[in-house]
Design a protein around this ligand. Structure first.
Ligand code: COA
Length: 374
């Protein structure tokens, strides 16, 4: 007799040395053995990308070379720019990234001379260019230049977005958020990338599978959904009343709960601190107090805690980032984790092919179409 584990909860489906997620007395998250609390304020996102992709933290020299490589990989082929121009401005930007990554795979396919590690670096470098070229073309009728000597990915993204140098505290918050979003073991999108990889498909196909999987509100789309909720309220009392009503109607509050963590998400406190600090200078800083009240209600009513997406929403909002770009930002960070998992899956590959528990009709006799009733 077969049994089913709904949603694969608690099922260990493979070994990995990239990241560990655990829950002894609250959540813990290590990237290749390093606690995220030690990384967020001391490291740049590029160091973390290097750690995830190459296995160890870079030396100063290796970091400089890596940053230089990423700067040179930012530009977009003209035909890809054309595709971005032809993609409607009303398209969800996750669909834009899914299309653009797929199209880049047609222009610069994986070959013996353009290997997996190269493609990982190329995507990391040029996903911000894809997203913001499309954004400025359709929002402002402008063909922006994606050339820049800015060293960090956080600075590059914000530079392109605002079309001027970002304030330091925005850049720091963005760097923290990119580090926190970079990797989280066998999430749904990472698992999708590993499944695609396990069929010996190409690198881009695995990334496109992951982007499509991340898009949903139960996964990466939660930060956008959280912002839309928070923004509805002018006061914490208003938020408390509405959230209680939603809970009574069994409506999920996006940005809360987690499949693995049961007491707290270790990333939440780190991004919450950024949101709090930015709220003090923002014209709608009251949204931070609204968020804190929602957090309290969720704990009191459901013993549910905020995950990374909840306070990322207001942190990005206080940086002036449009809400519809929140989930694509997740992509530009998580492409590092996905890429590391694709490389790891390839190194020890076995086709991922689980089984289902069949609950349909038993064996029955086929009746030709002309003899069927009705
Ligand atoms: N708001 C309200 N109730 C929630 C909830 C939320 N965000 N998350 C879980 N619950 C409740 C469910 O309604 C369910 O209650 P019930 O037993 O009374 O029916 C119970 O908690 C278990 O939820 P379930 O969805 O089965 O847990 P899961 O392990 O499958 O889900 C998530 C994990 C992350 C999908 C879930 O917590 C969720 O949907 N969160 C909101 C989306 C989100 O923030 N995603 C980003 C994750 S990093």
């Amino acid at each position: 007799m077969s049994t089913t584990t709904e949603g694969l909860e608690g099922v260990i489906v493979g070994d990995s040395s990239i990241c560990s997620v655990s829950e002894p007395n609250g959540g813990h998250l290590l990237y290749r053995g390093y606690a995220i609390e030690d990384l967020v304020h001391a490291a740049s996102f590029e160091e973390i990308a290097y750690l995830l992709l190459y296995g160890e933290l870079p030396s100063l020299n290796a970091l400089k070379q890596y940053q230089h490589k990423l700067i040179t990989e930012r530009s977009l082929p003209d035909t890809l720019k054309k595709v971005l121009e032809l993609t409607p401005g009303t398209t969800h930007p996750m669909d834009v990234l899914r299309t653009a990554c797929s199209f880049l795979g047609a222009l610069e396919p994986e070959t013996s001379s353009n290997g997996a590690q190269n493609i990982a670096d190329r995507l990391l470098a040029c996903i911000p260019s894809m997203l913001l070229y499309w954004y400025h073309f359709h929002q402002h009728g402008k063909r922006i230049s994606t050339e820049s000597t800015e060293e960090t990915i956080a600075g590059y993204f914000l530079d392109l977005l605002y079309q001027h140098t970002p304030p330091d505290d925005f850049r720091q918050t963005f760097n923290v958020s990119l580090i926190l979003y970079a990797e989280h073991e066998f999430t749904a999108s990472t698992f999708a990338a590993r499944i695609t990889t396990s069929t010996q498909s190409d690198f881009y196909s695995a990334i496109v599978s992951a982007i499509g999987t991340l898009r949903g509100p139960l996964h990466g789309g939660a930060n956008e959904a959280a912002m839309k909720l928070i923004q509805q309220f002018k006061t914490p009392d208003e938020a408390e009343k509405k959230v209680k009503e939603m809970l009574a109607q069994k409506i999920k509050i996006m940005g809360f709960g987690h499949r693995v963590y049961k007491i707290s998400d270790p990333r939440s406190a780190l991004i919450k601190a950024c949101s709090k600090q930015l709220s003090t200078q923002s014209k709608d800083g009251y949204l931070y107090a609204v968020s804190e009240r929602i957090e309290r209600v969720m704990w009191d009513e459901k013993k549910l805690f905020p995950n990374l997406d909840f306070y990322s929403a207001t942190a990005y909002h206080f940086c002036g980032i449009p809400t519809f770009l929140f989930t694509p930002i997740f992509v530009l960070s998580r492409v590092t984790g996905w890429s590391a998992h694709i490389l790891e899956q390839r190194a020890h590959n076995r086709l991922i092919r689980p089984e289902s528990h069949y609950i349909g009709p038993g064996k029955r006799k086929f009746v030709p179409v002309e003899q069927r009733k009705g």
